[in-house]
Design a protein. Sequence first.
Length: 277
Amino acid sequence: MGFLEFLSALFGWVYTLSWSLSFYPQPILNFRRKSTSGTTVDFPFINTLGFLAYLIYNVIFYSSQSIRDQYALRNHGHTPSVAINDVVFAAHAMVVCAVLTTQYFFPSIWGFERAPGTRPSRLMLGVASGSLIGVAIIIFVVLSAPPDADPRTSWAWLDVIYTVSYIKLLITVVKYVPQLVYNFRNHSTKGWSIWQILLDVLGGLLSIAQLVLDSWLQGDWSGVTGNPAKFALGNVSMLYDVVFMTQHYVLYRDDGTAKDGERDSLLESGEDRRRLD
């Protein structure tokens, strides 16, 4: 293994670790505060669907020979730039997001009192239902194509997988909006963990770096253009991360919360104990 190959693998596993860790600060913060107040269910709810789509996309691109063959036909014989760490990351993210969602839908089993924002908004319900309908339409189109159709020029199962990946892209574009609006209305980021954002930035940078490096090693940039989900995922997420960091450290830095995003519950608990004393 050459140095660049080693660097690509290192980037892949470090971004996987960083993004994977980014899913833990929010459920931990909720658990410490015994509340989901300050956040909405929209983010974990739609994120679960998004990572389910991303898992399907990665698993099939990584393991299905027929899909890989169709990809090669459209991309000068090159194979998809999906690695095993992409599969591991997507599976882990889906599970943790699903667990986080239960803190909103079933607060009693966590010992929480029901807080505002535990019902998905119409926007997120519309995105979820529209995504499922979109995939169903593309499947119908592919099934309607002639059996001997050339996958290079005709609809093929590869297009279904691309559609699934676009669900993840769509969800990435809209999933942060409700929380951004919620923070804006409250003029506060209390309850929203900044650590998930900081880890997400690191993961996004390394994800894109690995994708570009892999394309460089292949000598063909179809590794980027042929894998739009991974490339756009990192860029869009980081744009939102910058906005969240601006809210947390600049716009609402004097909202009275602890700015490491994790000490709120400890400080509040200390204040409560002093009041009792």
